[in-house]
Design a binder for this molecule. Structure first.
Ligand code: ATP
Length: 367
């Protein structure tokens, strides 16, 4: 093995790569209302990072702080490692796309895109016309430069807005619910296109949505926000299967939460007693803080239940069923509570459902 270079060797660059966007202990208050409460996050270069949470949780305020449209009361924001304190919005090399397309109706599609170059030169030495063509191709609107924006569909108009924002070659793209005015099908199509464009350009993107399904579908990492703070940052899989708090478990997708007493604890599994029923749950890193005797909660996704199978079995009564195409979601009763169970085939009456210890996930009760 080669020896490690000495830390005093000046020929070696020890600086680690700086996050593209960083927030450290950022707080924003409006009068007595704390809209953003001491949040910290680091977005990597080229990452698609999403802020998701219920209405009023502080997503837009966070985006506006990054954009420089609001100033923090506390904390520091950095872009590529450089502090943004005192840097005006127009000097941050950021692009912003909002929910409303705000296209200029008296300008053609091409002129709208070219407007994005009003205050800056096109990147990489191309002419303005070349840059406009390049961007229209990128957003799949080649040949539409002469069109009047009002003759385009909502999805096409939003792609023009995106092309206009991307025209100067920003370091970071900020998107605030850009698809919320579109219908569900169009949103799904546009989110695939958006992700493809983002990948192609490799532009660091921070996306705001209240739609948890969209957040999971589109993001490299997701920050789940609640009442001004960040509950958890993780990949869509981590957020879905390993929620760190009850709020995340319940906000992201359907879930069944069980509360009980931890009765046995091993290195890799634990038993939890819920209303006199014993459940065996596998442990992961998030569970290390629990001890025997603690009140804990664990969650099981509706699709993790197996009818007439698995280890942790429950006798439930099907109350109602919703046909969803590829699966059926059943509202069932277990003791005094409701359990959601999702299976390919519908069932009715009394059934037994079970789940594997690895399908459940423990959350300490104080989280
Ligand atoms: P939504 O999904 O509804 O847009 P959000 O998560 O983006 O919500 P924010 O718009 O960031 O939430 O608002 C966070 C909190 O701060 C809310 O309670 C809101 O009422 C408050 N707030 C936001 N902007 C202002 C303002 N300019 N003046 C006073 N209060 C504000």
């Amino acid at each position: 093995m080669g020896s490690e270079p000495s830390k005093t060797d000046e020929s070696v660059d020890y600086s680690t790569e700086k996050p593209a966007v960083e927030l450290a202990g950022v707080t924003k208050r409006y009068g007595s209302q704390t809209a953003v409460d001491n949040i910290s996050m680091a977005v990597d270069e080229g990452e698609f990072f999403t802020l998701v949470g219920p209405s009023g949780c502080g997503k837009t305020t966070t985006l506006r702080l990054i954009g420089g449209f609001e100033l923090p009361d506390d904390g520091v924001l950095r872009l590529g490692g450089n502090s943004l304190t005192g840097v005006a919005p127009e000097d941050r090399n950021l692009a912003v796309v909002f929910q409303s397309y705000a296209l200029f109706p008296h300008m053609s599609v091409g002129e709208n895109v070219a407007y994005g170059l009003t205050f800056s030169e096109p990147p990489s030495g191309v002419s303005r016309d070349e840059r406009v063509s390049e961007l229209l191709e990128l957003v799949d609107l080649t040949g539409m430069a002469e069109r009047d924006p009002e003759t385009l569909s909502g999805g096409q108009q939003q792609r023009v807005a995106l092309a206009r924002a991307l025209a100067p070659g920003p370091d970071v793209l900020l998107l605030d619910e850009p698809m919320s005015a579109l219908d569900a099908q169009l949103r799904q199509r546009l989110r695939v296109q958006l992700k493809t464009i983002q990948r192609e350009l490799g532009v660091t993107t921070i996306y705001v949505t209240h739609d948890q399904e969209e957040a999971l579908a589109i993001s490299d990492r997701v920050a789940v926000m609640n009442a001004g703070h960040i509950e958890q940052i993780g990949t869509p899989e981590e957020i879905y299967y390993r929620p760190k708090t009850r709020f995340v478990a319940e906000f992201i997708g359907d879930n069944n939460l069980f509360s009980g007493r931890l009765d046995r604890l091993d290195t890799d599994s634990a038993d939890v007693i819920v209303n006199e029923t014993r459940f065996t749950i596998s442990l992961d890193n998030n569970s290390t803080a629990v001890r025997v005797g603690d009140q804990v909660c664990f969650c099981v996704r509706p699709e993790q239940f197996v009818v007439d199978g698995s280890r942790n079995q429950l006798a439930v009564e099907v109350v109602s069923a919703e046909f969803l195409g590829a699966s059926t979601r059943m509202h069932t009763g277990w003791e005094t509570r409701e359990l959601l169970v999702r299976t390919e085939q519908p069932f009715d009456g009394s059934i037994v459902v079970g789940f594997e210890p690895t399908a459940a996930h423990i959350i300490p009760n104080n989280k």
